[in-house]
Design a protein around this ligand. Structure first.
Ligand code: F6P
Length: 363
């Protein structure tokens, strides 16, 4: 097994709180415990394609543990196999994988730590098949990465969404309104399920349980009849009506995952107001859920993940995904996570607990 002297680290895909904590742990462990050099690759795979990377030192990764975003920048539009270029006003798609391999060789990178979601792990697996050593670190606020019980960023997103739901609760009660809060999560309802339960939302709508709007409206009316003239509805952006489709807010053709969900909250609010006659307002939380300082649990998990990624390389591992299972940080083959999403099982104990305390899931 060849030794490691220099590694690259990148953050790829959508940003999420805790990315800087991982970069810090990766760089400090690699430099401090093993004496390796660390190159920070800018803007995810785009930096690899364009050969934009810089040597990180202790100063570069100092004071970033608590900061949101990523000091390296990120990009959720680029896949080396389908790189979009504009030529004379025409858009062309090219496979620039060879260019990435050249840049990896040119910069003497013996391995790359890819901090990303499912799309980034698929690209990393592709590089492994071409002989590049890659260790994956799972990130996403959506908590939908296969193979790990939890991703860092999720706890912070849940905390932000819960705070928003708590605040909306008091104003809804004062004005006797229904408030519909749309949260992120793509096709997985983890954020809605956790934030909805933590805030005591009356209705939680998740993609895994298509809902019947009549059941939701009847539930809201039932509360009003019992003196609760307000209701809080926490809806996941990927939720859909029974027999209906997910609501798409935009299509980004330059992205490997072009569908952007959003807008279901407005539709649900309009239908509830029509059916109940109770004033119903909507809030779409959007990117606020991804911003700002990570909560302590995410800082801890990010630090454990970053440190583990480097220990794995030092132990001779060349294609692993760092994961946490039953509270223990461990690892699985990188390709195991490729193209898979971890959705909420409909028999999940938290759904049962929420139902037991009276939450309506619209089914
Ligand atoms: O995957 C994280 C996430 O925030 C999803 O919850 C959301 O659907 C998506 O990214 C939004 O992507 P963008 O930042 O490209 O709008």
């Amino acid at each position: 097994m060849e030794g490691i002297h220099r590694i690259g680290v990148m953050t790829a895909g959508g940003d999420c709180p805790g990315l800087n904590a991982v970069i810090r742990a990766v760089a400090k462990t690699a430099m401090g415990s093993y004496g390796w050099e660390v190159m920070g690759i800018e803007d995810g795979f785009l930096g690899l394609i364009q050969n934009r990377m810089r040597l990180l030192n202790n100063e570069a990764v100092s004071n970033i543990l608590t900061t949101g975003g990523t000091i390296l920048g990120t990009n959720n539009r680029v896949a080396p196999r389908n790189y979009t270029v504009k030529l004379d006003g025409r858009v062309e798609t090219r496979d620039v994988t060879d260019r990435c391999l050249e840049h990896i060789a040119h910069n003497h990178l013996d391995a790359i730590v890819v901090i990303g979601g499912d799309g980034s792990m698929s690209i990393a697996s592709d590089f492994v098949r071409l002989g590049i050593n890659c260790i994956g670190v799972p990130k996403t606020i959506d908590n939908d990465l296969y193979g790990t019980d939890v991703t860092f960023g999720f706890a912070t997103a849940v905390s932000i969404a819960t705070d928003a739901l708590d605040r909306v609760h008091t104003t809804a009660a004062s004005h006797h309104r229904v408030m519909v809060v749309e949260v992120m999560g793509r096709n997985a309802g983890w954020i809605a399920l956790h934030a909805g339960t933590a805030s005591g939302s009356d209705v939680i709508l998740i993609p895994e349980i298509p809902f019947d709007i009549r059941i939701v409206s009847d539930f809201v009316m039932g509360r009003a009849r019992h003196g609760k003239r307000f209701s809080i509805v926490c809806v996941s952006e990927g939720a859909r009506y029974k027999g209906g489709k997910q609501v798409i807010s935009r299509i980004d053709p330059s992205s490997p995952d072009p569908v952007r969900l959003g807008g279901i909250g407005e539709a649900v609010a309009a239908d509830i107001e029509d059916a109940t006659g109770i004033e119903t307002r909507t809030i779409k939380l959007g990117h606020v859920q991804r911003g700002g300082s990570p909560v302590p649990a995410d800082r801890v998990l990010a630090t454990e993940f970053g440190s583990k990624a480097i220990d794995l390389l030092a132990e001779g591992e060349r294609s692993r995904l760092v994961v946490v299972r039953a509270g223990v940080v461990t690892h699985i083959p990188l390709q195991d996570a490729e193209g898979k999403q971890r959705l909420v099982p409909i028999d999940h104990p938290l759904i049962r607990a929420a139902r037991n305390v009276g939450t309506c899931f619209g089914d």
